[in-house]
Design a protein around this ligand. Structure first.
Ligand code: SF4
Length: 348
């Protein structure tokens, strides 16, 4: 990839951000309107609070902010910790931890490291287009595998295909889970609701490429958007496409509107589907989660699509917090559920 980065001078406000470890802020013609803030991070592994419902104890995020620009992304608020906003800045002010591999190797070498499962792709997408330039993931995959650390990768980015040989190699040594995020197959709606993401067809091809490489590929069909992507026909089309692509399992989840994402998504809804705004406000009047009745209803509807397309006959593979020192694989395999509709098992 051509990378004619232009270092910003002090006259540009974005270059003056109070970012710890900031080395330089750059723009490049390939990413119009985007500024990359390259930082030297002090830690690579982030511990997930014990009280969290996330099924993993550690995460790595190579960037903060995400070029995929999903209107519903509930990692948006994390940008406010950087004195950036959770809307436009999250989409265009991307913090890149350029030394993440080096720092990770040091952390993995500590005698105290227990080789617990590490999740990648929780607060940003590790295979967003900029990874083609920064190439951080190959080093991370190698470091985790060589240290005996099981890990999972969740992405919307077909760029993961570049690293499939490495992931296959890593899977010989440690438990590796790969998941693709895809919750709708209508390319027009996808372009409006998650404008920076690769098309559904590209993600279905990614699922196929992962399974062709010999790895299982589960799919996070999240978020399902009330009245926009939750019809019987839409769910059927989604499960049919995922079945044809070879997905090993599908986890469905309703939209979650946490502060940060809530304002940004509702502003989008106001522009694109104003008639739906009062219905969404009523549905999410009680908080960030859709009401239990809606989730149960969605679960039953998704369960029918799941069965129609044979997913109830495929053993699901799940991420799980593994006890210290134990391989995640044994904990990761659970009996097939009738339908899988958690309130929000992943960060997005
Ligand atoms: S939902 Fe995921 S892919 Fe979309 S903007 Fe957020 S981190 Fe990026």
């Amino acid at each position: 990839m051509r990378w004619e980065a232009r270092q910003l001078n002090g006259a540009d406000d974005s270059a003056l951000l109070p970012l710890a470890g900031l080395v330089r802020s750059v723009r490049t013609p390939e990413f119009d309107g985007v500024t990359f803030h390259e930082v030297l991070c002090r830690s690579a592994l982030n511990r997930v609070p014990a009280a969290s419902s996330m099924p993993f104890a550690w995460t790595i995020n190579t960037t903060r902010g995400c070029l995929h620009r999903c209107t519903y992304c509930f990692a948006r608020r994390t940008h406010e910790y950087l004195d950036l906003d959770s809307g436009q800045d999250f989409d265009t002010q991307i913090v890149v931890k350029t030394n993440v591999v080096e720092v990770l190797r040091k952390e993995l070498a500590r005698p105290s490291w227990q080789r617990e499962h590490v999740a990648l792709g929780t607060n940003s997408d590790p295979y967003m287009r900029a990874e083609g330039r920064y190439r951080l993931m190959p080093g991370i995959i190698r470091a985790l595998a060589e240290s005996g650390t099981p890990f999972s990768v969740l992405t919307k980015g077909p760029l993961l295909k570049r690293d499939l040989p490495l992931l296959v190699e890593a899977a010989r040594d440690v438990d590796v889970s790969v998941a693709v995020s895809l919750a709708l197959v209508d390319p027009e709606l996808q372009q409006r609701v998650e404008p920076g993401t690769p098309a559904p067809r590209a993600r279905l091809d990614l699922v196929r490429a992962i399974t062709d490489a010999g790895l299982e590929c589960s799919v996070l069909a999240m978020p399902i958007l009330p009245w926009l992507t939750d019809s019987e026909e839409q769910l059927d089309a989604l499960f049919a496409a995922l079945g044809a692509a070879g997905a090993s399992d599908v986890t469905v989840g309703a939209l979650h509107l946490r502060p940060g994402a809530r304002e940004w998504f509702l502003a989008w809804l106001e522009r694109e589907h104003p008639a739906l705004v009062p219905r969404y406000r009523r549905l999410y009047a009680g908080g960030s989660y859709a009401p239990a009745e809606y989730r149960t209803w969605l679960g039953e509807r998704a369960g029918r699509a799941r069965r129609r397309h044979g997913f109830d006959r495929r053993p699901p593979r799940r991420w799980a917090r593994s006890p210290a020192g134990a391989p995640a694989a044994s904990a990761a395999l659970e009996p097939p559920p009738a339908v899988s509709v958690p309130s929000q098992p992943a960060l997005f």
